[in-house]
Design a protein around this ligand. Structure first.
Ligand SMILES: [Zn+2]
Ligand SMILES: [Zn+2]
Length: 294
């Protein structure tokens, strides 16, 4: 039996080359040292053509812009209520601390969410299918994120933020500056995480100097750190706000431990266990992430 302990080396399961097509349920090869292999592989993905094959998919539509506008309105509503409540109470310490916690915890949240959709499910997965497909496409054609227009890149998260925050702000009766600050910071970081991600793929000379400076001091996820996510073994650096949790999560092998638990409980292999997985590999035809980060 395997022991799952942080700081320890987890047992290495063989990485299986897969055919990586939509409904592959390949039986794994058998070994006495292997975990049970009678269970099917269910984490599969269909890969579509790169976004650059359809230039219009990189452009923002009015619907995209409307969702981003409503997302920002939600965030600004929370922050405005926080400022108002802080002025009334005469104290800014609590809301500032709450906003900082929101920023830190959102980075952690993006790590778990990114890990989950990178490794499990497929295009047909309810609710998350399109995001799963989009992230797998991103691994094959990472340069396209730098070509996406702002609202095109953010509209999905902006819509989620709108649906999550608007009801909170509308129905919340407590006028607590810290609560509003926490909600606003979390929502803002969630919505902007895809922009931070896009900047992490940007070329230093083409990024705004302030963005480069924020990346260099660790306020935003760095280009070098995120580039490691797109290199073998494709199972690290999942956090995309500040990346402050990446070192700890990877050092403690948190995601590897969770993958082992999912496998032993449900028999589902994460995509990161397949080294030859086409979903992970960057295809030629664009500017590579690594060259972006030189
Ligand atoms: Zn990823
Ligand atoms: Zn990326």
């Amino acid at each position: 039996m395997y022991t799952l302990t942080p700081h320890s080396h987890l047992p290495t399961l063989p990485r299986l080359p897969r055919t990586c097509r939509a409904t592959a349920t390949s039986p794994a090869r058998t070994s006495t040292a292997d975990p049970p292999r009678h269970l099917p592989i269910t984490a599969t993905t269909t890969i579509t053509t790169p976004a650059t094959a359809n230039g219009s998919s990189l452009h923002s539509t009015w619907a995209h812009r409307a969702w981003v506008a409503s997302g920002f309105a939600s965030v600004l509503s929370s922050l405005a209520k926080s400022v108002s409540a802080a002025v009334d109470s005469g104290s800014a310490f609590d809301p500032l601390l709450a906003a900082f916690l929101g920023y830190i915890l959102t980075d952690l949240g993006t790590g778990f969410y990114h890990w989950a959709i990178d490794n499990y499910g497929g295009p047909s997965t309810p609710i998350f299918g399109r995001q799963i497909e989009a992230f797998q496409g991103h691994h094959r054609w990472p340069w396209t994120i730098t070509q996406r227009e702002f609202a095109n890149n953010l509209h999905a998260l902006a819509r989620a933020v709108t649906f999550a925050v608007m009801p909170i702000e509308f129905f919340a009766t407590a006028n607590d500056a810290a609560v509003h600050a926490f909600v606003g910071a979390c929502a803002g970081c969630v919505m902007m995480s895809q922009q931070f991600h896009a900047w992490a793929h940007g070329t230093k000379s083409r990024l705004p100097p302030v963005v480069v400076a924020l990346q260099d001091v660790g306020v935003l996820v760095s280009r070098a750190e995120h580039a490691a996510h797109h290199r073998p073994p494709y199972n690290s650096n999942y956090c995309i706000v500040s990346g402050v949790w990446n070192g700890l999560l990877d050092e403690w092998k948190v995601f590897e431990a969770m993958e082992m638990m999912v496998f032993f409980r449900f028999g589902v292999r994460p995509r990161s266990w397949s080294e030859l997985e086409l979903e992970w590999k960057e295809e030629s035809g664009g500017v590579s992430s690594e060259s972006h980060n030189c």
